[in-house]
Design a protein around this ligand. Structure first.
Ligand code: THU
Length: 130
């Protein structure tokens, strides 16, 4: 199954009663295994989690800490970019050149990379004096 199809499928399971905006994410771990996530909202709004965070959690729970490809999909006029917090989360588990596909349910796609999503990111080297 392609990452795009996996992301589209898991999107259907999103729990988004407040925003009504369902998002699906699928990533490919270094092992080749695929991990999926959808957004899970909460009546206490800040407690909701993004689709990307769910996919990362599934990967880590399965014992992997690196992914090599990501796809995110939503029903949006244009491909939805990951939020700021998710960009930092994604950068934790992927090399800068890892390809990211952002897609809409009606077939639009935008291609970027984990590095381009978060230039100037905070990384472990910034704590070298600690
Ligand atoms: N959302 C995601 O899951 N991923 C994104 O990349 C953008 C936003 C979710 C969070 C919230 O449940 C809903 O979309 C509206 O912001």
């Amino acid at each position: 199954m392609t990452l795009l199809k996996a992301a589209a499928e898991v999107r259907e399971n999103a729990y988004a009663p407040y925003s009504r905006f369902k998002v699906g994410a699928a990533l490919r771990g270094k092992s080749g295994a695929m991990y999926r996530g959808c957004n899970v909202e909460n009546v206490a709004y800040p407690e909701g989690t993004c689709a990307e965070a769910g996919a990362i959690a599934a990967m880590v729970a399965a014992g992997e800490t690196e992914f090599i490809e990501l796809c995110v999909i939503a029903d949006s006029p244009s491909p939805v970019p990951p939020c700021g917090g998710c960009r930092q989360k994604l950068a934790e588990f992927a090399r800068s050149e890892v390809p990211v596909t952002l897609a809409t349910t009606d077939g639009k796609q935008m291609h970027t990379t984990v590095g381009d999503l978060l230039p100037g990111r905070f990384d472990p080297s910034h704590m070298d004096r600690a």
